[in-house]
Design a protein around this ligand. Sequence first.
Ligand SMILES: [Zn+2]
Length: 348
Amino acid sequence: MLIYLPWINNYGYQRGGAMLGKRYEYDGQPLLKLTPAQLDIKRLIEAKLDSGQYQWEQVPCCVCGAGDLEALAAKDRYGFKMTVAVCRGCGLVQTNPRMNADAYTNFYQQHYRALYSPSQDMAAFFTTRRSKGATIFAFLKEALQSGGLVLEVGCASGGILHAFRERGCRVMGIDLDAEYVAYGRDQHGLDLRAAALDAFEPEERPNLVLYVHTLEHILDPLEELRRIRDLLPDDGLLYVEVPGVKYLHRSYEMDFLRYLQNAHVYHFSRTSLTNLLHKAGFSIVKSNEWVQVLARKSAPVDSTTSDYPAVARYLRRIELLRRVLPVSPQTLVATLRRTLRRLRGKQR
Ligand SMILES: [Zn+2]
């Protein structure tokens, strides 16, 4: 929970609808240190944007249907042109206008992995996802039926599902990346398929569906969630994890610009994701601002709890705190822990 600092709030209001600050204006410069290979990919993508091969589209807000957006940023951490705005109707932070479906398909097929994970080791990635799976299982286990079928959408090589299988679940996964899918199938004997959700017809209804850092990439998340609802039995569960836009005081070095990436179309908080889930026909079992949400199939509810202006105020407050603090609280805690470990080591 952030401390209420009145001068920071005033600062936020004085800026009104302006962007979060000068460094959010588009200048083409990356915040991250990119390798020469990543810079080459960045230039290729920018050429496709400049030539019109990659087209933009503006869409109504997927939660409230409004088009009243307040701009927050005009670039992402790679220095790509990207309009990020908060909806004044419901508070959903979104990239809008965003690249259209054809542009994103080409981007994912040709550039995504090389840009985002330039030196990825398949085995190391699988191990990381497997321990992530253990954490998710712990979050969900009270609600799980033993022996139930778990489906993960966007499973990559299936490390998360492997952790669920080790704990007694039957598992199945789909992902668009055929190389990841083949790795999980061949190396770990997992039931993974290279498929999109709209072309996928499982032989059995899953009891639980997982979306781990996937939903924020999807252009029409409401339609996606409605499809999942149709797939689930009446007592079916859904777990969604996305990077929380109101958790920056403990992540991304407290930097909204570091959080922004061109592959993410939506930037959810617990409230905005809850609004979307209600609309799609889910009720919340448990949730937090990380964001992790466990939801249950339910009747759709078309009522929205607005997260605006709370999320706009939060982001302005974080931006000012970032400027006045020499290091983020996250970095400070990590440094203190390292120092303590070193001192303990010397005492022995
Ligand atoms: Zn909205």
